[in-house]
Design a protein around this ligand. Structure first.
Ligand SMILES: Cc1ncc(COP(=O)(O)O)c(C=O)c1O
Length: 420
C-alpha cells in the first residue's frame, strides 16, 4: 500500500509545479501599503490593477473610521457562536433587511464567506431528484456546490442560449421522471472575461420551462445597474432572479457575503444552510463595516460614476490602440496577447519593474496554449493619469512582444526547461 503523501511529494499539481519559478512574483505576490490605485511591490511603486476594490471603499477614511471604531467596541470575537445558537444580533438583522431592500428581494441572509456560502446554498436548494443546469465557465464555488449534488447536472456552453435551452429540455425530461425541479445557475458577471451572464435571455426561457434561477453576482453588485444593485437591475430582470448572491469581497471591499430571495425561501435557507448553521457568525466589525459601505454605495453615486469614467477611459484607450479586450461588458478588463508562458513571464516582469504597472496574468492551462491574458480591474480610486501611463506601458510591451524581445530574453530558460 502507498503512503497517502507519496503523490503529494511526487507532484505539486498543475499550478504548484511552477512554484519555484512563480512564487512571490507571479503567484502569492505581496502588495504592500494602503489598498489604493498605487501600492508597493518589492519596494517599488506600482499602479495596481489587480484589486477588486471597485468603488475605492477599501481605504476610504469614513470606512476606515467605522471599521476601527467597531473593532475597538466589539473586539474580533463578538458575537460568539453560530447565528442559530448564540451568534445573532440586531445589527445582523438590520444589515440583512437593508441588503434585501437594496436588491429588491423580500429577505436576505448573511454568509461568512462567499465561496462556502455559494457551495452551501446550492447544497441546500437541491435534493437528489432535482436537476442542476449551469454554465461551463462558472467560478470554482459553483463547481464545488454542484459537486455536492447527489442528483443529475447538465452543463451548458458558456453564455450560449441555444445550449441553455437544449440542456433545459434534457433537464425537464429528467425532472419529469424523478419528480424533482430544476435549478439554473449563472454568474451575473463572468469575472475572467468580463461578460455579463445572459440573464434576460435565461429569464425569457422561464415562459417555456419550469426552473428557478440562482445568480452569483460577485462582480455585478455595486458596479452595474442604475442604483448599483447589480446585473439583474442592469438587464431589467432583477425580479425574475429567484435567488441572488453577492460577496462583500469586491465592491464592498470587505469580507462576507449574502443571499437574497422571497421570504419563504430565505426562511428555509436560514434553517438549512450548513455553512452558517455549523460555523461562527459574521463578526461585528464586518457587520457594522458592511452597513457603512452599503450606505455609501446607496448614497454616493459619484463612486460608481468615477469607476465607470476609469473603465471607459481604459477600455476605450486599449481599443483605440488596437488591443484585443475580448467581449467584456463590465469593469473587468481582459487584454489578450499571443505568446508563450516564458514570454508572458518576461513581459509581466517588464511591466512591473520598468513601467510600474501591476496587473494579474493568466496563461495556459487556465486559457488556451499560446494566449496570454492580462487582467485589469479599474476602480474608483484610479486616476486618468494612471490610465494614460498604463496605456503607454501596454503599447511598449506589445511592441517588444511582437519584435521577439521577450523571446530572446527567455531563450536560455526555454532551452533549460523545454517548451512550456
Ligand atoms: C464569482 C465569484 N463568486 C464567489 C466568490 C467568492 O467570494 P468570497 O471571496 O466572499 O469567498 C468570488 C470571489 O471572491 C467570485 O468571483
Amino acid at each position: 500500500m502507498k503512503d497517502l503523501f507519496e503523490k503529494i511529494y511526487a507532484d505539486k499539481g498543475p499550478l504548484g509545479k511552477w512554484a519555484d519559478q512563480a512564487e512571490g512574483y507571479f503567484v502569492f505576490p505581496k502588495l504592500e501599503g494602503p489598498i489604493s490605485n498605487r501600492m508597493k511591490f518589492q519596494g517599488k511603486d506600482v499602479v495596481t490593477w489587480s484589486v477588486n476594490d471597485y468603488l475605492g471603499l477599501a481605504n476610504h477614511p469614513e470606512v476606515r473610521k467605522v471599521d476601527a471604531e467597531a473593532a475597538a467596541k466589539y473586539g474580533s470575537a463578538y458575537p460568539m457562536g453560530a447565528r442559530m445558537m448564540s451568534g445573532h444580533t440586531d445589527l445582523h438583522e438590520q444589515l440583512e433587511n437593508e441588503l434585501a431592500a437594496f436588491v429588491s428581494k423580500e429577505a436576505a441572509y448573511l454568509l461568512n464567506f462567499g465561496y462556502q456560502g455559494m457551495v452551501s446554498t446550492i447544497d441546500a436548494l437541491v435534493s437528489k431528484d432535482d436537476v442542476i443546469v449551469y454554465d461551463v465557465d462558472t467560478h470554482a464555488c459553483i463547481i464545488d456546490g454542484v459537486r455536492l449534488h447527489a442528483g443529475k447536472r447538465f452543463v451548458y456552453k458558456h453564455n450560449d442560449v441555444e445550449s441553455i435551452e437544449k440542456n433545459l429540455k434534457r433537464a425537464t425530461r429528467l425532472a419529469e421522471k424523478t419528480g424533482g425541479g430544476i435549478l439554473l445557475i449563472s454568474e451575473g458577471v463572468f469575472g475572467m472575461r468580463g461578460e455579463q451572464g445572459k440573464l434576460k435571455e435565461i429569464v425569457a426561457l422561464k415562459k417555456e420551462y419550469n426552473f428557478r434561477l440562482f445568480v452569483d453576482d460577485a462582480h455585478g453588485f455595486g458596479t452595474l445597474g442604475t442604483t448599483g444593485a447589480g446585473t439583474g437591475e442592469e438587464q431589467g430582470v432583477q425580479e425574475d432572479i429567484d435567488v441572488y448572491f453577492a460577496t462583500f469581497a469586491k465592491s464592498m471591499a470587505s469580507t462576507g457575503a449574502f443571499i437574497a430571495a422571497d421570504k419563504q425561501v430565505m426562511d428555509y435557507l436560514k434553517y438549512n444552510l450548513r455553512s452558517q448553521m455549523f460555523a461562527k457568525s459574521l463578526q461585528m466589525q464586518l457587520v457594522e463595516g458592511a452597513l457603512k459601505r452599503l450606505d455609501m454605495l446607496r448614497t454616493m453615486p459619484e463612486l460608481k460614476n468615477k469607476l465607470w469614467e476609469n473603465v471607459n477611459a481604459l477600455q476605450g484607450g486599449l481599443k483605440d490602440r488596437g488591443f484585443d479586450i475580448g467581449t467584456t461588458q463590465t469593469c473587468v478588463t481582459p487584454v489578450y496577447l499571443k505568446g508563450s508562458i516564458p514570454e508572458a513571464m518576461a513581459l509581466v516582469k517588464d511591466l512591473r519593474e520598468n513601467h510600474g504597472v501591476f496587473c494579474s496574468i493568466v496563461t495556459y492551462p487556465v486559457i488556451p496554449k499560446g494566449l496570454i491574458l492580462l487582467r485589469l480591474i479599474p476602480t474608483a480610486s484610479h486616476t486618468l493619469e494612471d490610465v494614460a501611463m498604463t496605456l503607454d506601458a501596454f503599447s511598449a510591451i506589445r511592441e517588444k512582444l511582437e519584435t521577439g524581445v521577450y523571446k530572446r530574453l527567455t531563450a536560455a530558460l526555454v532551452e533549460e526547461m523545454g517548451e512550456f
